[in-house]
Design a protein around this ligand. Sequence first.
Ligand code: IVH
Length: 716
Amino acid sequence: MAKINKSKAQAKPSPKKKSLVSEGEAAAEIKRLSAEIRRHDALYYQNDAPEISDADYDALRQQLETLERKFPEFAHSESPTQNVGAAPVSAFGKVRHDVPMLSLSNAFADDDVADFTARIRRFLNLTDTTALDVVAEPKIDGLSISIRYENGQLTQAATRGDGAEGENVTANIKTIKAIPHALKGQDVPVVIDVRGEIYLSHADFAALNTAQEKSGGKIFANPRNAAAGSLRQLDSSITAQRPLKFFAYAWGAASKLPADSQSGVVDAFKRWGLPVNPLTRVCQSADELLDYYRDIDARRASLGYDIDGVVYKVNRLDYQERLGFVSRAPRWAIAHKFAAERATTILRDIEIQVGRTGALTPVAKLEPVTVGGVVVSNATLHNEDEIARKDIRIGDTVVVQRAGDVIPQVVEVVLDKRPKTTKPFKYPETCPACGSHAVRDADEKTGVADVVRRCTGGLICPAQAKERLKHFVSRNALDIEGLGGEKIEFLFDDDRIKTPADIFTLKARDAQHAAPLHTLKGFGKTSVEKLFSAIDARRTVSLDRFLFALGIRHIGETTAKDLAKAYGTFEALQSAVMAAVGGGKGSEPYQEIDNIEGIGETVVDALIGFFGEAHNAEQIGALLKEITVAPYVRTAASKSPVSSKTVVFTGSLTRLTRNEAKAQAERLGAKVAGSVSKKTDYVVAGADAGSKLDAARALGVTVLTEDEWLDLISQS
Ligand code: IVH
């Protein structure tokens, strides 16, 4: 987000606005960049809540390195560039995970746990008397790793990374004594990716910090940070000196599994010589899970290593298979987090950030305070109403809370400590970046004002434009390496990049420019060449990434994928949306988009709003002259006979629950719709099917029984 501090915005011109000329400016810029990198290090390594992408972070470091090379007199031994513990992500080779490394959904309250087991029972259509065994185990606060064994030999190890691709840390993992180089036993599969957590015990963490202090090395804020820093050493002899430990608790690709249950596979891990957590239990009910949770919470301080909750996993693997995944987390597992840790500190300022959709977000700037072992200096204040409701004022003493990897938040004000001079915070009614009115739209249906105040500046607001560009190049969008937030800010302010298309014409224009980029301080010749080739490398982009990159409201990665899957090409999507512009909710083109699984009216309205805006159409036109949007490529599901078919389920099914049928169909690449239209390929009718079946017959749509449907998909 563009950070604009209301009170200081005028007083402090951005140091990036012009190229650096004097040594004084260079010194100040080195100081500023060092502080900024250190702040991001803390956010990433300690808070686990990075504010910028890895690419942006790398760009910051690159800028600092360049400056330090040019002005060695200002480079100092404390500089983040001297710190190998936070080696840039690009220093290791990349490894693509055959099976993605996913995250877990969270449960916080007891009810969430009861909901979890109830949801699973519903999904699997289990009767109340059918057993549902769930494995409970501590949630280790370390870093996850995937270790490949081929014919029992350790051949490769990779960090989680973004879940799809991690860093190759084989050499470092091989130095960890707790991890066997060879598995023992008769039932070791030909290939298996063993997954688990690398961590450091409290005692080893304390000893490491003492040794670091003596040798003048980096002091780590907490064991996880120390474990991460130790694993990311470029020199594995350093990793070898750190007593890292490991618990195996999951797996990725496997040629064959040694058991048909979660606990059975973990037992096999143990037999093969892998360390597994001895506190793992099989429970039979939600109540038993809660007892386990309370027991572990009570023993938390004496375990000797950090945990941040417990994890529950459905034990039967056939159930796990049927339950599958939603977005990036399995339906068959959940993390039950321990209560948040709190601390009090002083609220120094309230900064208003402007996001790419114009949303103004208040951020608390705090007197740094340690919350559960981590230093916190920023916290979210949520929105205007929350500030008013809690009457949060600058100068107040506030309670800050941090739970696991969630962004820290300001919970309440300690009124006893309120200085007499404080005044209620007045939320800005104009955008701090462009001065346009900032308004709270009323909900069309309810008339209730939206909690978010938005800048109405739209295309004229520089903060929004910059944020849209940053989003466009970010890791999950176009992923242009070396074009991070700071570079975008600079190139925007310097009138070199104003729109996405400008990114791709930058090189051609640079050749004609009076001051080509490489002549500017902070941009070496090689770094400019690297940037241009990173841009060129993204002249072809997949449809889902492109849709996500456009930054249309309500279109996140999942929705972008749903749309890409449904339309296949950008042209098809664009013309479908254009056909719906001005047609109203009842029109056929509108309904057609609305019928896509995962897409609702909010998204349809956002698409229409975006594509219907002439300036956007113009920008997209310019962009498409520069880049190619590759049609959506289906994965394994493409060979399935129901791939890209539209299916409607109706009536009651007997062999599958409705949710299960839907999830299975989607896994095979089908679109599941809620209503029957001419576009429907199959209607699967269970007992007592009503109007949808009638509609199918009237429209001549193929009607299948549940068994016929199962036969059809079994061909895939
Ligand atoms: S199971 C498909 N079990 O939690 C789910 N994860 O929020 C695979 N974690 O990235 C994860 N202890 O790093 C699992 N006993 C445990 C865990 C555990 C810690 C971490 C893991 C994962 C994160 C998910």
